[in-house]
Ligand binder design. Structure first.
Ligand SMILES: [Zn+2]
Length: 205
């Protein structure tokens, strides 16, 4: 039986997903007096390790987890009523439950909802080649509420729904997949950046 409610926020990079989650977390904690657990994948080391921090500076205390199943343990230990998970597309582990192979994070969310915990997740809708980005796509299929976030195209200023990767300022396709994510432009290392683009200004859609 499903007693909790699942909200999925999805959209390109720079579309305010993390800001919305951080605001939700703070409102739920401070105004609704709910017990809130905020998690993010351990590999997301670009920003603070103990908070989710949006590009606009909104922040909320958070715990990094390496394995999605840790979220179940943490939620039980803290008696969380609300679980918020950022960057959910980075949880790439799979598990087999009830004879069905699925993303571990999908199974974890299912269990939380059965326990009566409300869950909010945010993730990027597509990768930088324009392909749907699981497990966010699977979670969209399970959601009670969907929030579509949009960014602004860096070329034309129109609403942008897609993420584009650039290496040394040039759009980078599948042929440049070997570049290590998060390189900072050190000498001899290509500088990797991302931009939000509309469909007309994304070369790989
Ligand atoms: Zn555009």
């Amino acid at each position: 039986m499903r007693k909790g409610r699942l909200t999925v926020a999805y959209g390109p990079m720079f579309s305010g997903k993390t800001a919305a989650l951080a605001e939700d977390a703070n409102r739920l904690r401070e105004i609704a007096r709910r017990r809130v657990l905020v998690c993010m994948p351990e590999m997301d080391t670009r920003r603070s390790r103990t908070e989710i921090v949006s590009l606009s500076g909104a922040r909320a205390t958070a715990i990094q987890v390496a394995d999605p199943f840790q979220i179940l343990t943490l939620a039980a230990e803290t008696e969380a009523q609300e679980v918020i998970i950022d960057e959910v597309h980075f949880f790439r582990q799979t598990t087999t439950q009830d004879g069905v192979e699925s993303w571990s994070i999908v199974f974890v969310v299912k269990i939380l909802l059965q326990r009566g915990v409300n869950v909010r997740v945010a993730g990027v809708n597509t990768n930088f080649l324009g392909y749907p980005f699981p497990p966010i796509t699977d979670l969209i299929g399970m959601a009670d509420d969907l929030v579509r976030t949009r960014a602004i195209c860096t070329v034309c200023g129109e609403p942008a729904d897609w993420s584009l990767r650039l290496v040394d300022g040039k759009p980078a396709g599948a042929g440049e997949l070997i570049v290590v994510a998060g390189t900072r432009g050190e000498e001899g290392v290509a500088k990797e950046t991302y931009e939000a683009r509309c469909g007309r200004h994304h070369p790989f859609l």
